[in-house]
Structure formats: C-alpha cells, structure tokens
Design a protein around this ligand. Structure first.
Ligand SMILES: Cc1cc2nc3c(=O)[nH]c(=O)nc-3n(C[C@H](O)[C@H](O)[C@H](O)COP(=O)(O)OP(=O)(O)OC[C@H]3O[C@@H](n4cnc5c(N)ncnc54)[C@H](O)[C@@H]3O)c2cc1C
Length: 377
C-alpha cells in the first residue's frame, strides 16, 4: 500500500476489483483465443462508469486521473485486451482535454458512454519512434486541409468511429481529429503475438478533406500535442502493466504453494522465492513511480521524466516477471491461453506502445541534460 493513496481510493479499488472479478474475468481468455474485440466487456465498463474516469464532470465525466489509473490496473489484472482500450481512450481524451476546443471537448461525453470508439494514429510504415519523420501530409487547398498518407499498427483502426491523426503541414507536424469516413480505409488486420483482442491494422488516408475546426490546437503544434498527451497516457499504459504484474504475482504464489517437488511445496526453495520477492519489489517500485508521477500531474507540476521512468521500469519489469512466472510453473507455464501465458505474450506490447524502451531512455536522458544545466556527454 502506498502512504500517499487515501482510504477513499482504496475503497474505490475494492469496488472495481469486485466488478472485474464478477463481470470481466471469465471472458478474457475468450477474446484472446478468438482474437475478438472485447465488445461486451467494453459495454460493461462503460455502464460501470469506468470510461468516464479521467474526464472532468464539466465534460460528462465522473472522476480524476488517479482513479483512472487504479481502474486500469484492476482491469489489466483480469483482461489485458480491455486495458488497451483504457490506453487508447486516454490518448483520445487527453488530446481533446489538453489541446481541443469546446466543440472537440463536447465529444468527451460520448467517449465516456462508450459511444465513440477512438483511435490515435501517429506510427507510419517508415517508423513510430521518429515522430518528426511523419510523412502523412495535410495540404492547404481552398481553405481546407487535404490529408494523404499511410499509418501503421493502429489499434481499433477497423472499428474506430473517430481518429486523431498526426500529419505534416509544411515543415511542422499538426494534429487533426476526424470522424471515420470512406477516405480513411483500414488495411487487412495485423495478427499480433499478444493483445489478440485488439483490432490492429494500417490505415490508408486518401484525399481526406478536413476543415479548420478539425485542427487540434494550432497548426504546426502537433509535437507539443503529442508529447503532452504521451506524458499522461504513458502512465495509463504503465498502470495496465502494473495490473498484469499483480496477476503474475498472485498466480505465482498460488502455484508455488500448491506444487510439490521432493515432498515440499516449491515455494520453499530459494530460487523460487527469489522470483517471487523480485515480483513483489517490482510491484512496489512501479506503484511508487506511477503514482508519484500521477500526483505531480494532478498538481500541475512537471512530470515528463517521471512518466517516462515509470513506463520504462514498469513495462521492462513486466516482461521479466512474465518470464519468471512461466518458469515457476514449469510445463504448465507453456500452455496456451492460461493467465500467465496471455500476460507473457501481451507483455511485449507494453514496451512498444506509446514509445519503445529506447525512446523512454532518450526522453529521460534529455531531461537529465536539462536538469544538470549542461551536457553530460
Ligand atoms: C500492439 C501494438 C499496438 C499499437 N498501437 C498503435 C496505435 O494505436 N497508434 C500508433 O500510432 N501506433 C501504434 N503502435 C505502434 C508503436 O507505437 C510502434 O511500434 C513503436 O512506436 C515503435 O515504432 P516502430 O515499430 O516503427 O519501430 P521503429 O521506430 O522503426 O524502431 C525500431 C527499433 O529501433 C529503435 N530506435 C528507433 N529510433 C531510435 C533512436 N533514435 N535511438 C535508439 N533506438 C531507436 C526502437 O526503440 C526499436 O527498438 C502499436 C504497436 C503495437 C505493437
């Protein structure tokens, strides 16, 4: 338990956990096995009010950022495919909240009700790390923007009702919002190793005509929009990774206490204890990193470096601990579709999404340089 999280938030966590156990847990393996968007579970989290967390009351929401993170943790503990939806929702909601105008923000009420399926498109076939290298173009013609280009690995592309699209306007990058229409065409589904309930594909954008009202923030300000949104949404992704780590820990303890070798539970062997202690430590450290950054954000303080640190540490720990949990289970850790197997496959997406681990290190080092006031190299 964290000293700076109050009892009300802990009560909130208990309520969400009960809901996740009762209404979501049993369906997660189905979405993974059949590679389906978790439609029924998405409706349930909308009805429970979880999609409205993170959206202020004034825009049809019901909760703050800390609750959004706690709920994402609890959802990821039972269904990673659903927690990815919390990430995409967070990207969409923060784009509108931080840089949108009143008309854009009016969409948040429908997002909170689950009526909008969002997508956030920056990665291109030529790369996702180099955001400056975006090639999709938005040309100005007759007082409108005409967008052309291709995006890659876009979660929800086949089903999204609304998309945030990053495109080049001259030398600079701008952010746009568009409803889905025939000028935005998803490519064939990309079948990924994990997160199999997320519908991911490329999108071809052809002569997409947008008016000035579709621009998010000012023209040429897209990188600012992008990085402001990343700071917050990386914490939502990290909360998802933390939730998965909690599940690995629970599964590892249960299995190691029941499984015997040489007439003793394997939990009595120090090699196994080492794995479990390491998981407990990583859960504690990740919680501290995530919620410290979240409180900095809540109090309008600078938290970009802390957010990147939280993402780097939590997602790399998740990958390591997923492997250790599978080792603890011996052959049973290698059976397709178990909770540990799913998390093992899903964990890799967490280090890629919203910036790779290498990109996090670049961000952190840039802040180290800034803080030190001189180049360290
Ligand atoms: C499951 C899943 C869902 C996704 N959903 C979305 C989505 O909804 N929207 C979206 O826009 N994108 C999405 N992505 C794409 C994701 O953001 C990118 O995969 C990620 O940003 C990396 O980009 P890339 O794959 O093109 O790799 P690249 O950018 O080509 O990088 C390849 C490797 O080189 C490293 N590298 C690149 N540049 C540097 C550098 N300067 N210094 C050091 N190392 C470097 C990278 O870290 C990586 O290891 C998704 C990806 C996955 C796997």
């Amino acid at each position: 338990m964290l000293s700076f999280i109050d009892g009300e938030i802990e009560e909130f966590r208990k309520d969400i956990r009960k809901f996740c156990e009762r209404d979501l847990r049993d369906f997660s393996s189905f979405y993974d096995l059949w590679e389906k968007f978790p439609e029924e579970s998405y409706k349930k989290i909308a009805e429970k009010g979880i999609l409205s967390l993170g959206i202020p009351d004034a825009f049809g929401g019901s909760g703050d950022f800390i609750r959004e993170l706690v709920a994402t943790e609890e959802i990821a503990r039972v269904d990673q495919n659903l927690s990815i939806q919390m990430e995409i929702k967070s990207l969409f909601e923060n784009t509108l909240l931080l840089h949108g105008n009143d008309k854009h923000k009016a969409l948040l009420a429908d997002l909170a009700k689950g009526k909008i399926i969002p997508a956030f498109a920056f990665t291109e076939p030529s790369g996702g790390t180099d955001v400056l290298g975006i090639r999709t173009e938005a040309k100005r013609e007759n007082g409108r923007y005409i967008l052309n280009g291709t995006k890659m690995f876009i979660t929800n592309a086949p089903i999204a009702t609304h998309l945030i699209i990053f495109a080049r306007t001259g030398e600079r990058i701008s952010a746009f919002i568009s409803e889905r229409n025939e000028n935005i065409r998803p490519g064939p589904r990309i079948r990924t190793t994990g997160t199999r309930g997320a519908l991911i594909s490329s999108i071809r954008i052809e002569n997409l005509e947008l008016d000035d009202g579709s621009l998010i923030g000012k023209e040429g300000n897209g990188l600012k929009v992008f990085f402001d949104v990343m700071d917050r949404s990386r914490l939502v992704l990290s909360a998802g990774a933390l939730g998965m780590m909690r599940r690995l820990y629970e599964e590892s303890i249960k299995f190691s206490m029941e499984r015997k070798s040489g007439n003793r539970p394997i939990s009595e062997y120090q090699y196994i204890q080492d794995y479990i202690v390491s998981m407990a430590m990583d859960i504690e450290i990740s919680s501290l990193l995530i919620y410290n950054a979240a409180f900095l954000a809540k109090n309008n303080r600078q938290f970009s470096m802390e957010s990147a640190m939280a993402k780097l540490y939590t997602t790399e720990s998740l990958k390591k601990n997923a492997m250790h949990a599978a080792e603890i289970m011996g052959g049973y850790g290698y059976i397709f579709g178990t909770a540990v197997d799913r998390i093992y496959r899903d964990s890799h997406a967490s280090t890629l999404g919203l910036g790779s681990s290498e990109a996090m290190k670049i961000t952190i080092f840039n802040y180290i340089k800034k803080i030190s006031g001189r180049g360290l190299a």
